[in-house]
Design a binder for this molecule. Structure first.
Ligand SMILES: C[S@@+](CC[C@H](N)C(=O)[O-])C[C@H]1O[C@@H](n2cnc3c(N)ncnc32)[C@H](O)[C@@H]1O
Length: 211
């Protein structure tokens, strides 16, 4: 891919993220082009970033009070976050979801066979998820646009949300921590923690428990 095309793609992802976070209804305009963009990127995505890109995610997971049992990786791409979770927590079951079918196909292809019993991938839209309310005690987003209503709905009471960006504000799909907090607090998320690790950042939040 030419450098120019790559730059344009990153700029588009940045514009789409800002627009959709400010006005979620605009997602219907961006959905098709974003899916096409990531379908195109799928064959080269897995080799693009080194292990340092997972540093903020790993540091956020260090803060969990308990190992998760059921985790959801939204915008999983080629499934790096999903596989990392399964390797880190031997009892967790992980679902990785992506809008782009080519990304999901690639995630299934590169998943280490030893994890196949506990990690599965699905094509789905994070703005309208096919899961029950409170289905996951850990929901993670790595370099992904947040859809706040669905985040609240599928995170179990007492569960944790991790939003990580491999390169902090340099990440094309980036939402500032203050925006995340301002959107999550009214939805009942509390206990915010910010993490900086390697070149990246992450935010943890807890969904208020039952009672
Ligand atoms: C920047 S990539 C990050 C992929 C992966 N999390 C990683 O860090 O390597 C963003 C991914 O989110 C997916 N995506 C964007 N919007 C989505 C949505 N509404 N629902 C599900 N996936 C989405 C894209 O298809 C793409 O694979």
């Amino acid at each position: 891919m030419s450098e120019l095309l790559e730059k344009a793609g990153k700029r588009f992802a940045r514009v789409a993220t800002r627009a959709v976070v400010a006005r979620p209804r605009l997602w219907r305009l961006f959905r098709g082009p974003i899916r096409a963009q990531f379908d195109r990127l799928a064959p080269v995505w897995h080799g693009r970033a080194g292990p340092e890109a997972l540093a903020p995610f790993a540091a956020a997971l260090d803060r969990l009070e308990e190992p998760p049992r059921r985790a959801l990786d939204l915008g999983t791409g080629t499934g790096k976050g999903a596989a990392f979770l399964a390797e880190r927590f031997p009892d967790v079951e992980v679902v990785g979801v992506d809008l782009a079918p080519e990304m999901v196909a690639e995630a299934q292809r590169v998943l280490p066979p030893g994890l196949a019993g506990r990690v599965r991938f699905e094509v789905a839209d994070a703005s309208d998820l096919p899961f029950e309310d409170g289905a996951f005690d850990l929901v993670v987003l790595l370099n992904m646009i947040p859809f706040f209503g669905e985040l609240r709905r599928v995170t179990a009471p007492g569960g944790t949300l991790v939003v990580a960006f491999a390169f902090g504000p340099e990440t094309p799909i980036w939402t500032p921590p203050e925006t995340l907090r301002a959107s999550l607090e009214p939805l009942g998320f509390t206990g915010f923690e910010e993490v900086v690790a390697g070149p990246g950042t992450a935010l943890l939040a807890k969904r208020a428990g039952p009672g």
